[in-house]
Design a protein around this ligand. Structure first.
Ligand SMILES: N=C(N)NC/C=C/[C@H]1O[C@@H](n2cnc3c(N)ncnc32)[C@H](O)[C@@H]1O
Length: 424
């Protein structure tokens, strides 16, 4: 019977010990399940995301983002990666202390007008209500509330140093009787009272990036009255298989014959450099859509729990309507604001290609190899959004798909899978 050491020496030139940072339940038989704290032997790293590892003599694939180097490195890391760092709050709130991002959000008419429309269409019901504006930034939503309706109080909560300027803007616009600016993290500040309405503009790339939504859920559980209203009330992530001819030409086809020379040996590099992470701020033309889009995730802001954010799964089934090249998937999101009056009109903010453009635009996930598809083909599969167990504002989006050809004679069913870090 070989000892572990002999097996290691004989079987593997390469074995590294890692510690699991959180639980993982595999979604296929070749994946290894493990619990936080388990010590795994990593035998190979076939890809940046999935490693070949062993636990209690059983081997399988494990997600690399769930593992931390062995004890020594772990100790060294723990000194530096406190929970605080894992939220990267210094960098995050630092970036919101400057005007760049606030200007981008305020200049986004579609986004900002949607929030104004919510306040205007609920102005009567907002009378004498108590409102919390979570992550108010320059306070635009709070100023809309004070200017376009008559709430009794608005608590404008802002963690970055922008808060001191927000106070000046509230005063400058004569709203200091109604709007109180509180500087601090929503999870930590104390409000004088519970609120009737919790409004926030928290949506990031692919809806969840930045995971500011966690702060909104914690504030909901702590400050929203029974029967209070969440704005947005619900959120949906939409996906569509698409062509991306110009992006593909620009980043991949380019190497075929630049200046008459053959640069194709650089194409694997190009794939690694340009197609490994999602492309944000992508503008998809309606014609690029190969099928009708499909909502793959629907979040109810009243029932969503923080623990649900660790891994969210969605299914999709697309019917190809016209022949084309399947370069990848494009995603966007839509949020809804229910009316304060029962039966009142819901307001929608849609960041998709058939709506007014927003600063989010859309997000493109490029496949490693484009596939020709034909009318009648179907593309079905699963999307996973897995939160990064270490970097808490980041996630990995994994797509698993199969293409079923409509042509009877070729029963070829092409399957594919790819994971995209956003961004760690
Ligand atoms: N990504 C989109 N759409 N919006 C980002 C909007 C972020 C704004 O909300 C603030 N913020 C984010 N999280 C918190 C929190 N937990 N407590 C207080 N303020 C917070 C940031 O400093 C920005 O000013």
């Amino acid at each position: 019977m070989q000892t572990e050491k002999e097996k290691e020496k004989e079987g593997d030139a390469f074995v590294e010990e890692y510690v699991a940072l959180s639980n993982f339940t595999g979604s296929s038989s070749d994946q290894l399940c493990f619990s936080s704290g388990d010590r795994l032997l990593v035998h190979a790293k076939p890809s940046p995301e999935w490693w070949w590892a062993e636990l209690h003599g059983v081997r399988g694939y494990v997600p690399a983002s769930y593992l931390r180097q062995d004890a020594a490195a772990e100790e060294e890391e723990d000194e530096h990666t406190s929970l605080e760092d894992q939220w990267q709050d210094e960098e995050y709130f630092g970036s919101y202390g400057t005007l760049r991002l606030h200007l981008e959000m305020l200049a986004d008419k579609s986004r900002t007008e949607a929030y104004r429309k919510v306040i205007v269409s609920n102005s009567a019901s907002l009378r004498s209500k108590v409102v919390m504006d979570l992550g108010c930034g320059t306070g635009i939503i709070s100023l809309f509330c004070a200017q376009l309706a008559q709430p009794s109080e608005v608590y404008a909560v802002e963690a970055s140093s922008m808060a001191e300027y927000t106070r000046q803007l509230v005063k400058q616009n004569g709203c200091e009787q109604v709007v109180t600016v509180l500087q601090g993290r929503a999870e930590e500040i104390e409000l004088p009272k519970q609120v009737d309405v919790l409004v926030s503009e928290w949506m990031g790339n692919c809806l969840l990036f930045e995971f500011m939504v966690e702060s909104v859920l914690l504030a909901r559980d702590r400050w929203l009255k029974e029967g209070g209203v969440m704005w947005p009330s619900s959120a949906a992530l939409t996906l569509v298989p698409c062509q991306a001819n110009s992006y593909y030409a620009e980043k991949m086809a380019f190497w075929e014959q630049p200046y008459g020379l053959d640069f194709t040996p650089l194409q694997p590099l190009a794939q690694q450099e340009f197609f490994t992470k999602p492309k944000f701020s992508h503008v998809i033309e309606p014609d690029d859509c190969l099928t009708a889009p499909c909502d793959v995730l629907c979040l109810d802001m009243y029932t969503l729990q923080v623990k649900d954010l660790e891994e969210i799964k969605g299914q999709f089934h697309f019917c190809v309507e016209k022949p084309g090249v399947f370069h990848g998937f494009t995603s966007w999101f839509t949020v809804h604001f229910e009316s304060l009056e029962t039966g009142g009109a819901t307001v929608e903010l849609n960041t998709g290609p058939n709506s007014q453009p927003t600063h989010w635009k859309q997000t493109l996930f490029m496949l490693d190899r484009p596939v020709s598809v034909y009318a009648g083909d179907s593309i079905s599969g699963t999307i996973f959004l897995r939160r990064n167990p270490i970097w808490r504002r980041h996630m990995t989006i994994s797509l698993h798909w199969s293409i079923n050809s409509s042509k009877k004679e070729t029963d070829n069913c092409q399957v594919g899978t790819k994971s995209f870090p956003m961004w760690r």
